[in-house]
Structure formats: C-alpha cells, structure tokens
Write a protein that binds this ligand. Structure first.
Ligand code: 8OZ
Length: 370
C-alpha cells in the first residue's frame, strides 16, 4: 500500500467508470506486430500482461475497418478473428490487476491504395494528399495515396463502422474505448481547417468541423456509456512533420473540448506538443484546454518522473501517460515509485518483427537478478 507521504501519482483513482490502481497510464504505442489481416499473435498477450501494473493501458491504435487502415501489421477490432485475438490480451491484463481500453482508429487520408480493399483510394474530408510516409506490407515505405473526399451520404456508414468496432471491443473484454482524434488522422482531419475544405454541414464553421468527431464519440458512447469512453487529441502535432496545424489551434481545440465536456466522458487525453517530441506547454495553454473541457484529463508527451508527480499534485492532470518509456520498462510504475533508472528502448525494433524489442525487456528485479 502507498505510504501517506508517497506522491498522489501512485495512488488509485477513478477515471469515468474505470477504477485505476495508480495515475500512470501506458500511452497507445503502434508496434506493427499483428498479422496482415490485423489479427494479433499470442505475443501480444505477453506484451500487454507485462505492462499491466499501469493504472490504465491504452491499446495501440486499432483499426475500426479495412478502410480505416493505413499501416501494415496494425491490429483491427472489426471481425470475429480480431475479437478472438484480443480476448486473451484483455483477460491477461485483468488477471494481472490492470485495466485496458481499446484505441479506435481510422487513419483517413494516411493510407495507401495497396492497403485498401480492391486498391480503393483512402478517404478524407477533402481530397488533399498527406506528405508523410507510411509502411506497406512489403516493408517498403511510401507516401500516402491521393485521398477521395467523402460524400456526405457516406458519413452514416463510417459511424456504423465505429459502432461495430465499439461493440467488438466490448466483446473482446476491454474496460472501455479511447477514440483516436489526434495525430492528423481522420477525425483530426475533420477538425483542422488545413485539411477540411468541405462545404456541407461537416466543413466550414467550428460547429461543422467538430460535428463528425462529436457524432463518432456520441455513437460510441451509446454502446459503452460515456463514462467508459475517452478521447485523445494533439492540437500541436504535424504528424511526421508535414501536416499543417489548424489556423487557430487554441480556439479550435478549445471549442471542440467544450463540446466534449458536455458528453460526460471518462477523460480527455492530450498530447502536449508534437507527438514524440518535446512537451510544449509554453506554446499552447493546455491548462486552459483542460479548463474548457472541465472533466478528467490525462497528460502526455515527454513527461519525466518529477513532471508527472507535479502534474498530478497540482491537479493539472488526473493521470499522466508514458509512451516510449513503456516500450523498454514493462514495470514503469515500480521504477518511477523507486526512482530507479529507466531502460532506453531500441528504435530499430519499434515497428514490426517478433519478440525482440517487444516482450524481452526486463523488469528492474529481473535486471538485478541477472
Ligand atoms: C507511429 C507509427 C504509426 C502510427 C499515431 C497511430 O501516431 C499512430 C502511429 C504511431 O497515433
């Protein structure tokens, strides 16, 4: 049990309807180790089990549909095979005392015809091509294909895909879902005026640009109850460096989270800066964003131990999530508790491959014993 003078970071809390053992979350981490149909292998069971001492695990971004897939070997949550592969993962996390939510992902324009059914073009709010690189099944990198602008009457079908994925996540035994509305993927493409040039009710005004993301989150909440639904945002992320920001990030995301604040969600999970870059609390007022949202907030992006302790103690955040440190420190909570050194992850094994760089990182106790 935590001692009374232990920082609040290590104490239990409740985030929406989810009771968590501590305030440390594992951020979603794309590891690209599923099979080519997005079905996890048993290695994923061990990987997530090893990390179950996190108060909350947010699964790696998980495709809600074939259309929503943009990177080879990322997992899905829309077929029976996906559900059956995730079931032992969630069971293992629960057996080890942890909680896990499924991150629901549609990449929008960040895809390639080779990853789509029948070589179809990826879909987006507007036909504007992304400048980054993505991985194909051949292992080669390629620029995303030119996307096709969604017809207004296709929107209900995508909402259905989100609902189907939310139902599948329930069947797979997750504790909730996190809607991926960050990192310049489909929902973020709708929010930003740089990627959304639509003239229907899903483009133009702030109300219109946030309409589809709010519809998705509302639809998913109908399946789970809003208190088991979180949302992830990244107002300052340019994806791999090329995607333009919104012309008024503070105003746009402030408006968006005000709408989200009315839905009674479990939490808002915010990447405070360029994803995988430095924390940029000086470039954007994340405290104002949290205040505009008004509910529980999970802070993310290059937090260290002291920053995390301070963020929870000052009530900037209810929880702090860690991404890359979780790759190489399965027992991150214990290491932070003891203020022990953190192992550095090997970048060469971030994406793709097998057990190496995935399930072979040791806990502190295993390191000391060996
Ligand atoms: C790294 C590589 C591929 C995708 C994200 C899902 O940035 C991702 C992702 C991360 O949200």
């Amino acid at each position: 049990m935590p001692t009374t003078n232990e920082p609040a970071l290590f104490s239990p809390t409740r985030i929406g309807a989810i009771e968590v053992a501590n305030r440390i979350a594992m951020a979603p981490l794309t590891r690209s180790r599923a099979d080519k149909n997005g079905v996890h292998t048993p290695l994923a069971i061990e990987y997530y089990r090893q990390r179950a001492s996190a108060g909350l695990i947010v699964s790696e971004a998980t495709n809600i549909s074939r259309q929503g897939r943009g990177y080879a070997f990322t997992p899905g949550i829309y077929t029976d095979a996906h559900v059956e592969a995730w079931q032992p993962v969630t069971a293992a996390v629960h057996e080890a005392g942890g909680k896990i939510v499924c991150q629901l992902w549609h990449v929008g324009r960040m895809s390639h015809v080779d990853l789509q059914a029948n070589g179809a073009a990826p879909v987006a709010p507007s036909a504007i091509q992304a400048g980054e690189l993505i991985f194909l099944e051949t292992g080669k990198q390629a620029p995303p294909s030119m996307p096709r602008a969604l017809e207004t009457d296709e929107i209900p079908g995508i909402l259905e895909d989100y609902k189907n994925a939310a139902r599948c996540a329930k069947e797979a035994g997750f504790d909730g879902v996190e809607v991926h509305s960050a990192n310049c993927y489909l929902l973020d493409q709708f929010v930003r005026d740089s990627t959304n040039k639509r003239t229907d009710q899903y483009g133009g005004s702030l109300e219109n640009r946030t309409r589809f993301p709010v519809e998705v989150i509302t639809a998913v909440s109908e399946i789970w109850g809003p208190e088991r639904v979180g949302v992830r945002l990244s107002p300052l992320t340019r994806s791999a460096g090329d995607t333009p920001l919104d012309s008024d990030s503070q105003g746009t995301y402030g408006f968006y989270v005000q709408r989200l604040g009315k839905l009674g969600l479990a939490y808002l999970h915010c990447i405070e800066g360029q994803t995988r870059g430095v924390n940029a609390a000086d470039a954007f007022d994340f405290k104002a964003l949290h205040a505009a949202y008004g509910g529980k907030y999970i802070a993310n992006n290059s937090y260290d131990r002291q920053m995390a302790i301070d963020a929870v103690a000052s009530e900037h955040a209810e929880m702090v999530s860690f991404g890359r440190p979780y790759i190489s420190n399965p027992d991150l909570v214990e290491r932070l508790r003891r203020d022990a050194p953190l192992a550095v992850p090997n970048q060469a094994t971030f994406y793709g491959g097998g057990a190496e760089g995935y399930t072979d990182y040791k806990t502190l106790d295993e390191t000391v014993a060996s």
